[in-house]
Design a protein around this ligand. Structure first.
Ligand SMILES: Cc1cc2nc3c(=O)[nH]c(=O)nc-3n(C[C@H](O)[C@H](O)[C@H](O)COP(=O)(O)OP(=O)(O)OC[C@H]3O[C@@H](n4cnc5c(N)ncnc54)[C@H](O)[C@@H]3O)c2cc1C
Length: 292
């Protein structure tokens, strides 16, 4: 793709450190796999994040995982301590190894396709994104936003103009959680049409210590939607897997993108709804130890 309006490719460091102002037409460049695949009429200067040298993956003292925005999908998948859910989600990335070797976590979050595998993964694990806005003459302003709220629709995010994803922090409790995964595609190697992850945190077991049960629905809806119960027992008391599916159906009322069944060539909304309801029943039954 020729980016005809682009006149400069510069390192992002000086802008992030406040030594240079952001200009109209500035665009963050990560792996470039989406940026260079479509016309970018508004782009004038590419700010290259690749040279910042951020550690791709880091565990802090409390066991939380810090995933840099510049971490590639390949690095995330290859992390030696990755829970199985990581590979199950990144397997949904319909790209060869060349693309996976350069496509980044930040680029996948911000491209914000409903079928974005990194959105499915990091929303399901209750990842929290640290966002930076460059400030002239000083360090960037920072704010935190859950990944499930960062993505607001099909190719839409809550990022302000010029705002950057610095990293996503995944809590230790999510890394240690038991998860159940279901993914539906229209064709054997198709893009995700509905991807549902159930998560039962550490101590949470039926009849055991309280802990959250979280179901995250992506791909079927235009943005991630999460259903939460304070404990597995709370879901059992509410009616179990049938009640979980009913809760999803009630939540998907079309009032906003994350409550609207997605519609594109990868699946009709009615079919996506049917798949998602089955998947929610199945993941909750699996986590509750009931027959699906
Ligand atoms: C063959 C092929 C198959 C693909 N399959 C899929 C797929 O199955 N699912 C899917 O979701 N995508 C897919 N994509 C699209 C794309 O590759 C991914 O979304 C990828 O993760 C984008 O990451 P990147 O690092 O290349 O981002 P880039 O292309 O560099 O940037 C993408 C966008 O994000 C912005 N951006 C990048 N990093 C940041 C940051 N840290 N903070 C703020 N903004 C930022 C850029 O300005 C740009 O607007 C595919 C692409 C190709 C070429």
């Amino acid at each position: 793709m020729d980016l005809h309006g682009v006149t400069a490719l510069v390192p992002a460091g000086p802008v992030l450190e406040g030594r240079e102002p952001l200009r109209e037409g500035d665009v963050w460049l990560a792996g470039g796999t989406w940026l260079f695949s479509e016309p970018q009429p508004g782009a004038r200067r590419l700010l290259d994040l690749g040279a910042l040298g951020w550690d791709p993956l880091r565990l802090d003292g409390g066991g939380a995982l810090h995933v840099a925005a510049t971490c590639t999908v390949e690095e995330l998948t290859g992390w030696a301590a990755a829970p199985p859910l990581v590979a199950r989600c990144t397997d949904a990335f319909l790209a060869g190894w060349k693309v996976q070797g350069v496509a980044t976590v930040g680029g996948n979050l911000v491209t914000a396709l409903p079928a974005a595998p990194v959105v499915s993964l990091l929303a399901a694990l209750d990842g929290v994104a640290e966002l930076w806005t460059p400030a002239a003459g000083g360090p960037p302003r920072r704010r935190l936003l859950p990944v499930a709220e960062l993505v607001t629709g099909d190719r839409a995010t809550a990022l302000a103009t010029g705002e950057l994803v610095r990293e996503v922090v995944v809590p230790a409790s999510s890394l240690a959680a038991r998860t159940a995964f279901r993914r539906a595609t229209l064709t054997p190697l198709g893009r995700s049409a509905s991807l549902v992850v159930g998560r039962l945190d550490g101590a949470a077991r039926v009849g055991g210590a309280p802990g959250g049960l979280v179901v995250t629905v992506t791909a079927a809806l235009r943005a991630p939607l999460q259903l939460r119960w304070t404990s597995p027992d709370a879901l059992v008391a509410a009616g179990g897997p049938e009640a979980a599916a009913a809760a999803l159906d009630a939540a998907a009322d079309g009032s906003e993108p994350r409550r609207t069944w997605h519609d594109d060539v990868h699946g009709h909304p009615a079919w996506r709804r049917a798949m998602a309801l089955v998947q929610v029943r199945e993941v909750t039954a699996e986590l509750l130890g009931e027959p699906a």
